[in-house]
Each structure stands twice: as C-alpha cells, then as structure tokens.
Design a protein around this ligand. Sequence first.
Ligand code: URA
Length: 230
Amino acid sequence: LVKKEKYLKAPNLKKTSKELNDLTLPLSNCGSCTLYKDSSYHPHNYWGTLNNPDVLFVGEAPGKTEKATGKAFQGRAGQLLQKELKAMGIDSFAIANVVACRPETIDPKYGRLRDRKPTPTEVKNCAENLDSIIAQVNPKYIAALGATAMQRLKIKGGITANRGVMIENDYGKIIPVYHPAYILRSPNFITEFRQDLKTLKGFLEGNKDIAKPQGDYIVVEDPTEVEELE
Ligand code: URA
C-alpha cells in the first residue's frame, strides 16, 4: 500500500541539470500513480525559460529519450520542434508535458517497451503538476501540441479544425499546433506546422492583422468532460 502525501518528494530524483528542478511541484499523486514507478522516472520533465517565457509548449508525454534524459522533447520529435523554433526565431520558451513520466507498454510483437497514450486517470494524476508548472512559468502563450494537450487544457474539438486558432480560457492564451511526432509521420504537414509557428510569432510581435480562423472548439469546465483523450 502506497502512502499518499500531500507534498510527496519524488524519491531519488536524478538531477540532470539545474534548470530541471527550478520549480516546486506538488507531486502529490506520484506515490500512487501507475506511471511513477521508480527513480528512473522524472516527474520534473520540463525545461527552458521558466520565468515568463513567450511560449510554454505542452506535449503529451515523455518517450524513451525523454525518460532517459529527464527532459521533455529530446528525441526525434523534440529535435524537429527545436529546429523549427530556431528557424522561426522563437527563443523564449519552456517545454512540458501533460504527464511527466513515460507511459509505456510491452509491444507484444517485439517484446520491447514502447510508448502508449496516457490514460485519463494518469492525466488526472499529473494535473496538479502541469497546473503548477503553468502557474509558476506564467507564459505569454501556451502552444498545445496535439489533441491530448489541447483536451487537457479544456479545449474540446479537433486539432485539424482548431490549429493556429488562439483560444483564451482560464489557462491563458492557447494556440493548438500539430504535434511534431505527427509531422514526422506525415511530413507534408510541415507547411501547416510552420504556418502555426509563424502565427504564434506574429502574436508575439503584436501583429493585430493576423486572421484568427474560427475553429469548432468548445471550452469545457473540467478536462474530464473530454472523454476521449486521443
Ligand atoms: N512527445 C511528447 O509529447 N513529449 C515529449 O517530451 C516527447 C515526445
């Protein structure tokens, strides 16, 4: 039986760099969360400019490389994201995930661990952590990378219909953007991805002329109202 403590300190948290631990997180559900199994999982899976950056990028969950390094977006998708941000001149940013530890499962075909989507319970377990990251980092904009991040931030609607739209709710000013892993799978969508980063850059530069396309989203009261986290 795992004892739940309100402000559980993650045991044996490996510090891979100073910036990883600059925020104080509640970590209140880690002890009973199926994702946090041992000290090889890093509940501080975020990095970047942690003090009022222009943008906080929110992804879904760490993968193998992110678990190994303790830093979000370090693998192929992360490298793509970082390259495109550099090219767009977006340099004041932080990166975090909906869940901080890697959701993994054994691939029945190959017998190796592979990524899986976080379950709604796992998303809920990590909710206080992400809320706390958003509150402490206090970014000007939040880029929700993909549907899981979008739904977690209380926006119900498809990513395709809502990408590049600026949606304001109690989390702040949110712009849904395709997840970079999707771009790796469907490289043609790099055009839309770049377009959305450009829109974001335009907002940062105070460009009032940017057309805000109307999406088909609704803002829900409670993220659990968005049943299908896909
Ligand atoms: N995909 C994510 O959503 N987050 C990461 O950190 C890496 C890949």
